[in-house]
Design a protein around this ligand. Structure first.
Ligand code: CMX
Length: 439
């Protein structure tokens, strides 16, 4: 299989580089840690290693060194579309090279072969109470597949450390192949009462399959959006909650089903993946209150009312980024190209104009610019996916690509169990007293 071959060829050199860093330069200081960082969510502490993606605060995400516009341009395109094949993106994340069309299609073919989901998973989902959040359903389905883990069964039998990545890759391909099928089933079951098993069509790519299985009205346009959406949401370096949770759990040699499930649980939080559902809710509140796109002044006041009521404005701000998120820009460009006159798109554009000013005036948010969530729900809404609580599931489908790529590499490089050190409040106070002691 192409991914296996390509990774095998790269591994000896990568392992050597990591070994040299650890053995010969282990004492080199890269960063220092302040009290503020310890009581402030470990913000910006440089302590994670990944080559899959990097977020530059002043520029946004780069996948394997490539910006979003570069990725969208360079990757092989899906048949009949202008957006790249998701299989090509997975190849890029994992191998670090832009694939040929044939190579991207090989990944797509791997997924098509592995997309069958066992019946008991659907049965279990059908037995859940109607009010279960779709993120719970997705998470349960993922956990229920853990029994199929090649990594867990090989580990139990005994496996050499430098072989870990092989079943990790196998599990990751199985998991990423099945997630769109499970997500589509959850959507049709939860909101339309359908019980049938979605069928993955091997003649179609990942994005087109998802659109077809979701059965939204305009399948063609939605296939293009799905490709873009999954690519944009795949990875955002390793410190964000979903990526970090997956990485942390994986470091204990839990298999990818356990690890990704932890990532999904983190993604379900309102400050992370749930923000996309909240953001569209906020836009629609504005739309309903003013009976359409409001005046700039009304929007300005509405934004202040949100802040004054103690809430955050969803879709704005970021822990690392200090500019508008290029993932926001790519989606806004898509909307302006395909449906520029849509009222919600016009409203989202006005929000982009007004909210940063309001946040700057309030002076709290370090970054008043939009993040990925400020627009993603608006696009889904346009294509008829109007069930807000499903939006985080969509994020989860995309995020699976990045966290699995990282998981495979971490096992390939033999990364150890993660174990930072904690201190007590008294220890921090003592450290402060020592630091501020007069000479
Ligand atoms: N609206 C109101 N206040 C905001 C804000 C926003 N959009 N963004 C930041 N702030 C506030 C913070 O709540 C914080 O206030 P306190 O000091 O009272 O606690 C202050 O500004 C400083 O925060 P920060 O350092 O700029 O941002 P953080 O790194 O702490 O948090 C984030 C980042 C994304 C959680 C935050 O900007 C936020 O809550 N945004 C809205 C929710 C959102 O869009 N989340 C999605 C992020 C993308 C993703 O992960 O999916």
């Amino acid at each position: 299989m192409i991914l296996h071959e390509k990774m095998s060829a790269q591994l000896p050199a990568w392992r050597e580089r990591i070994k040299t860093l650890a053995k010969e330069h282990g004492e080199v200081v890269v960063d220092t840690v302040t009290v503020g960082q310890i009581v402030g969510g470990m913000r910006d502490i440089k302590s994670l290693l990944t080559d899959v993606s990097f977020v530059d605060p002043a520029e946004g995400i780069r996948f394997r060194g490539m910006s979003i516009p570069e990725v969208l341009k360079a990757l092989p395109k899906a048949k009949g579309g202008k957006m790249p094949l998701v299989g090509g993106l997975f190849y890029l994340l994992l191998i670090g090279e832009v694939p040929t069309k044939e190579q991207a299609l090989e990944v797509e073919a791997e997924w098509a072969q592995r997309a069958e989901v066992p019946d008991y998973v659907f049965k279990m989902l059908k037995s859940m109470p109607k009010d279960a959040h779709p993120m719970i359903l997705l998470n349960l389905a993922v956990m229920s597949l853990e029994r199929t883990s090649a990594f867990a069964s090989k580990y139990k039998k005994g496996m050499k450390k430098d072989e870990y990545w092989v079943p990790a890759l196998e599990d990751s391909l199985n998991l990423t192949a099945k997630i769109p099928v499970i997500a589509a089933f959850i959507y049709r079951m939860k909101y339309f009462g359908e019980k049938g098993k979605p069928k993955y069509n091997p003649k179609l790519d990942y994005g087109a399959n998802f659109a077809r299985m979701l059965k939204v009205s305009d399948k063609k346009g939605y296939a293009e959006l799905s490709r873009l959406y999954f690519i944009l949401h795949s990875d955002h370096e390793s410190g964000n909650v979903s990526a970090h949770a997956t990485h942390l759990v994986g470091s204990s040699l839990s298999d990818i089903y356990f690890a990704y499930s932890a990532g999904l649980s983190g993604l379900a939080g309102p400050l992370h993946g749930l923000a996309n559902q909240e953001c569209l809710g906020w836009l629609l509140d504005v739309h309903t209150k003013f009976g359409g796109v409001p005046s700039r002044d009304d929007l300005y006041k509405f934004a202040w009312d949100t802040l004054n009521s103690g809430k955050v404005i969803p879709g704005y701000g970021h822990a690392v980024l200090r500019v508008p998120d290029p993932r926001f820009t790519a989606q806004m460009d898509f909307a302006k190209k395909h449906f520029p006159d849509d009222e919600l798109v016009r409203l989202a554009d006005m929000v982009f104009d007004v909210v940063p000013t309001v946040l700057k005036e309030q002076g709290k948010a370090k970054n008043p610019a939009p993040n990925v969530d400020a627009i993603s729900g608006t696009l889904q809404y346009y294509y008829g996916v109007r069930e807000f609580d499903f939006y985080t599931v969509l994020f989860g489908v995309g995020r699976a690509l990045g966290v699995t790529a990282n998981y495979i590499w971490m096992r390939a490089l033999g990364m150890p169990i993660e174990r930072p050190k904690s201190l007590t409040t008294k220890m921090l106070e003592d450290a402060v007293a020592k630091a501020v002691q007069p000479l």
